[in-house]
Every structure is written in C-alpha cells, then in structure tokens.
Ligand binder design. Structure first.
Ligand SMILES: [Zn+2]
Length: 419
C-alpha cells in the first residue's frame, strides 16, 4: 500500500521526501493567488484542515476538527488507563509565507505515526497529533488561538474582536460551523497528559552555520517590549548651533545603538528597535519628536532583565546629556519558557543515536509549546532552515534529507518516551 506523500507508487521514498510532497500539497490552498497565506478560518484554512483530517485517518488515527478549528488525530494506546502525549504544531501561516513553518511539525508527526501504525506498534501512551488552527496571530491580532484552547488558556474576551474587514471572531467561527462557547471544554486535564512535543523549522541560521541538520531546544525566549516617545526641541536646521540643540532623532539614534551594543554582550540575548519614526519630519527641521520601540529577548529572564536595567539607565543618561525627555512604556512582558530537562535529554539521546552531535540552542521565536508551560513536560526539536535561515518568507527552504532526520528522531523519541 502506498504511503502518504509517496508519489513514486513504491515504498521507496524517504520520510523526508514525503513530508516535502505533503507540504507542497498543503501550500496549494492559499488565501491569495499570488503567495501563500493561510489565515484563520478562511476557505483555504478550512481546506487544509479537511486535508489533514483525511491524512490522519489514512495514517491510522481517529481524527476530528474541534471547536477552535484544531485538527486532532488520536493514536490510542492499548492500555485503557494510558496518559496522552501531545505532538503538535500549527497549520496557519503568515502572509507571503514559507511552506514549512508549523506544517513541518505536523507532517513529521503524521509520518511517524503512520510508521507506527504500518508496523503495528502500539505505545504505552496515547498520541494526540494536534494541528493547531492558529499560532501566528495574523487575522485577529492574537496568537495561539488553537493551542491556548487545548491548554485551557483561551481568552474568551477575544470573541468580540474584529479582523481588518470588520468580521468578528465569534461570528467568523459560527459562520464556519463552529460553536465558540464549546472552546473552554477543549482544555486538557493536567493528570491526563504525559508531555508535549513539537518539531519545528529553526527559522534562523544557527544550525545552517554549524552544519547540523537538527538541534535540541533548551528554552523559548521571553521578551520585553517598550514603546518610546522622545521629545526634544524642534528648530531651524540652519540657524540653531549644534551645541544648543535638543534633537529627538539623534537621541533616538543613540538609544538604538545602546540597545544593539548591550544585546551583543551576551550570547542568546537579542535586542531590536523595530519602529523608528520622526512624525511629520522635514529635511530642514531639527526633529522635535521621535517615536520608536525596542524589545529584548533571551532564553533566560534574568539575562534579559539585566540588559533591560542597563538600557533604562542609559535612557536616563541620554535624557540628561541631551536635554530631551524620553518616555519609555513597557507594553509586553512574557517570560522565557524552559524545555523540560528530561525531554531535552530524550531528544539529545535520539539525535546522538542518529549519529549527529546534539546541539542545544534556545528558540528566539515563540511556538505553540509555550502554551503548555507548567501544564505538562515539554520539549522541541529544530530542523535546519536553508537559504541563510530565512523564514516567514517564500524563500524558506528545507532539504528532504534534513526533514527525514527530523521524522526519524521524532519517531525514536516517541518509541523511547517514558510516560
Ligand atoms: Zn511556526
């Protein structure tokens, strides 16, 4: 019997080659004819969900779509009292997306479970493969809609929220045939869970740079974000002498370099000024006001907060020296989520058994796994991203050989998992 994604009609194709074929099939459904976009509850999004449900059934699972649009496949244990290991990632995408962000994790688990089923192997725990409906936060500006529901953290106050076209979240769900009031009941019970596993494309250049196909995630970075207004004194660009100026943009530039310089001082720490504007700026006017943002991320909260303290102290110094006012407001603070040591070890051992040096690395990007923090043991495997590590772009690439290693390691971890 041909296996999922095996176009050759034989049983010759590798897991990795098949995963890439299946990712191509999913990418045929898009909100746009010009690029890949699969945002929450669009026709393309529903088509992808239906396809995943069909594939899960072919792979030997019972499968259904829940009230928030997650596709849930179940590969039961033979033990009636068995706990459940969730393997998940998301099937929604950003606009103008790559084909593997989120989906590689779903397809890798799908092929691993198909292999268990094909070889008649049952495990001492149930596996739930969950293709989460929403992680990117594109349509309703709120990420993790799918995984938050399963983790019992869905925010029901989001239901009246509207998308850019004016459609409400609750109405959108109802129009697609879903009952938003059934979402709280999707929460899994802590005592039923034996862990959460996620495979994901790295979305960065570290593994590529080191020549490694996979890496074991140690933690998912937390972030602090600040919104900043710098107020100086506007003036004539030709008449005000340099030593008498209070230039808001020059102060903002200094702050930008401070964030960069401080973030460079510790490996695993990153700092970014993503917004930087001179509202109504003109070429012959000294900037009187500058609006900007900065964020700091690290795999450890203490490292991040030490950097933040230095940046805030620097802001004070810039204000005094330049005679400007800098109003910096914290707009987001999310803690780093550590991956459970025993699951890091399980992944590391499986990587070593595959003949690869286990490389531990933090994740700078958020993932569905963060929703399972403090609910159950969790761990992640990264697969090398090609093309310089570009992601959230059609330039995102992965090789069949790397995808193959990812599926094999996931399968190894499942088989050796201690629930
Ligand atoms: Zn993702």
């Amino acid at each position: 019997m041909p296996r999922l994604g095996d176009e050759s009609g034989t049983t010759g194709a590798s897991f990795g080659a098949r995963a890439l074929v299946l990712a191509d099939v999913l990418a045929e459904s898009s909100d746009s004819p010009e690029y890949l976009a699969c945002t929450y509850m669009t026709l393309a999004h529903r088509a992808v969900a239906a396809r995943l449900r069909e594939w899960m059934r072919i792979a030997g699972m019972t499968a259904s779509i829940d009230a928030v649009g997650n596709v849930v496949g179940r590969y039961p244990s033979e033990r009636p009292d068995a706990k459940t290991v969730i393997v998940g990632s998301h099937y929604d995408t950003v606009l103008n997306a790559g084909k593997y962000d989120g989906r590689l994790g779903i397809l890798s688990a799908l092929l691993a479970i198909e292999e268990l089923h094909r070889t008649g192997r049952k495990l001492p725990f149930n596996i739930e493969l969950i293709a989460f409906s929403e992680e990117e936060g594109v349509r309703f500006s709120s990420p993790y809609l799918g995984s938050s529901a399963v983790a019992g953290k869905f925010d029901m106050s989001l239901l009246p929220r509207r998308d850019a076209g004016g459609y409400g979240l609750a109405d959108t769900l109802a129009a697609a045939g879903f009952d938003p009031h059934a979402i709280p009941a999707l929460a899994r019970k802590r005592e039923d869970l034996a862990g959460y596993l996620e495979l994901h494309i790295e979305q960065g250049p570290i593994l590529l740079g080191e020549g490694l196909p996979v890496g074991v995630v140690t933690s998912i970075a937390g972030a602090v974000r600040y919104s900043v207004v710098v107020t100086g004194t506007a003036g004539h660009a030709g008449t005000v002498p340099m030593q008498m100026r209070h230039d808001a943009a020059a102060a903002a530039a200094e702050l930008t370099l401070l964030v960069e310089t401080r973030a460079r001082q510790a490996p695993g720490l990153v700092g970014t000024v993503g917004r930087l504007t001179v509202p109504n700026g003109a070429i012959n006017v000294i900037p009187g006001r500058c609006e900007m943002s900065f964020e700091l991320r690290a795999g450890e909260d203490a490292m991040r907060d030490a950097a933040l303290a230095d940046v805030l102290a620097g802001i004070k110094a810039i204000q005094q020296r330049r005679g400007v006012t800098i109003d910096a407001k914290e707009v987001l603070r999310s803690p780093a989520v550590p991956c459970t040591p025993r699951i890091q070890k399980l992944f590391g051992d499986a990587v070593a058994r595959a003949g690869i040096t286990p490389r531990l690395l933090p994740s700078g990007a958020g993932h569905d796994a963060v929703m399972f923090d403090k609910l159950t043991d969790l761990g992640m495997l990264f697969v090398r991203c090609g093309n310089g590590g570009i992601s959230h772009s059609p330039l995102e690439t992965i090789t069949a050989a790397d995808a193959d290693i990812g599926v094999r390691i996931l399968l190894d971890v499942l088989v050796n998992y201690q629930s």
